[in-house]
Design a protein around this ligand. Structure first.
Ligand code: SAM
Ligand code: FES
Length: 352
């Protein structure tokens, strides 16, 4: 690490952000020593805001049916070699019940953009989850919808929404998506969600094809300005039946580095150590926490469908029961000195 790197890291810490060109410079110059200094500072900040608490969110993957054709994604419409599934309302409610008994107080319903999940169908499911478990938060991650649709889901009781922006660079966005998907629409959805009052999560894949230090600098600038409550970043991992099957996967090293940068940019953000990070390294999630993450998302989907929600190759946790995932993550966090907590875990805006 040279003087310039040290200067950038100190500025990032002090001013909670860098200019776009400085972010790009920091990424381009990074080395092991800089990463370890950043991780130490990021963990210190996360500890100051959240202490030793790691929030857990129960993930329910409700449908692998999708009308979109994102070039990176294993459940894209044109992948005709994957078996599709859609959970029934009863299955979703029973996953939530099981999760509740295991201690979860946040459920994340995630799926492809499956037209079956109309506003009426989703509102009915959200209402019933909230009726059964009024003390729980419902998070949705169901892709792009209209303002009216997001409003209806919010009115039914969903309070959080995860929609990764995928990249804050329009040209890069066009490399990752077919021409019928637009960068402007994605950004509009994020603005709509915020306007309605959702706690919003954006995010991007690390190492996606075409990504550069400059596009990442745009992502970081977007995060700095948009101030999402949550930010999901994880490595890009190729799926064997997508146009990106021969592309390189994102690295552990860059993902950890960016988790630290995001924590310093946005001290109270809810930052998951993702399943993708656990997939590229056996201790990926633990390393993610030690680099500044503060959320883990154990899988609550029925075991019989898990392999079918294959966004990328070799995804972990596809054979485990919900209870196993829950205790596995609890043990993993304990081993590095942290404790999983089950309360709703809203973003801690106040503390820093
Ligand atoms: N349909 C919803 C949406 O578009 O937000 C939610 C499901 S989508 C599969 C969830 C996230 O998975 C995407 O935002 C993307 O960043 C991530 N993802 C998809 N394919 C991936 C891959 N090959 N490697 C890593 N992450 C991937
Ligand atoms: Fe699912 Fe470890 S988190 S088995």
């Amino acid at each position: 690490m040279d003087g310039r790197e040290r200067e950038l890291i100190e500025k990032l810490e002090k001013e909670k952000g860098l200019s776009e060109s400085e972010y790009a410079e920091l990424i381009a110059r990074r080395d092991e020593e800089a990463a370890s200094l950043l991780a130490k500072k990021a963990r210190r900040v996360a500890d100051a805001v959240y202490g030793d608490a790691i929030y857990t969110r129960g993930l329910i993957e409700i449908s692998s049916i999708c009308r979109n054709n994102c070039l990176y994604c294993g459940i894209r419409k044109d992948n005709n070699l994957t078996e599709r599934y859609r959970l029934s309302k009863e299955q979703i409610l029973s996953c939530a019940d099981e999760g509740y008994d295991l201690g979860f107080r946040t459920f994340v319903l995630q799926g492809g953009e499956d037209p079956f999940f109309s506003d009426e169908v989703l509102c009915d499911i959200i209402t019933d989850i909230k009726k059964a478990h009024p003390d729980c938060a419902v998070t949705l991650s169901m892709g792009e919808r209209s303002f009216e649709s997001y409003q209806a889901l919010f009115d039914a009781g969903a309070e959080r929404y995860l929609l990764r922006h995928e990249t804050a660079d329009a040209t890069h966005y066009a490399m990752l998506h077919p021409s019928d998907m637009s960068f402007e629409k994605r950004m509009q959805c994020l603005r709509d969600l915020k306007k309605i009052g959702y706690q919003v999560g954006c995010g991007f894949m690390v190492g996606s094809p075409g990504q550069t230090a400059e596009t990442i600098a745009k992502d970081l600038t977007f995060i700095r300005i948009f101030k999402p409550e949550m930010c999901g970043i994880g490595p890009f991992i190729p799926h064997h039946n997508t146009p990106f099957k021969d592309e390189k996967q994102g690295t552990l090293e860059l993902t950890l580095f960016l988790l630290s940068v995001i924590r310093l940019t946005h001290p109270w953000v809810l930052l998951p150590a993702t399943t993708a990070l656990g997939t590229i390294h056996p201790q990926g999630r633990e390393k993610g926490i030690l680099a500044g993450a503060n959320v883990v998302m154990p899988n609550l989907s029925p075991v019989e469908v898990r392999k079918k929600y294959e966004l990328y190759d070799n995804k972990i946790c596809t054979g485990e029961e919900s209870a196993q995932c829950r205790s596995c993550l609890e043990d993993r966090m304990k081993a590095i000195g942290y404790r999983t907590v089950v309360d709703r875990g809203d973003a801690n805006h106040g503390k820093i």
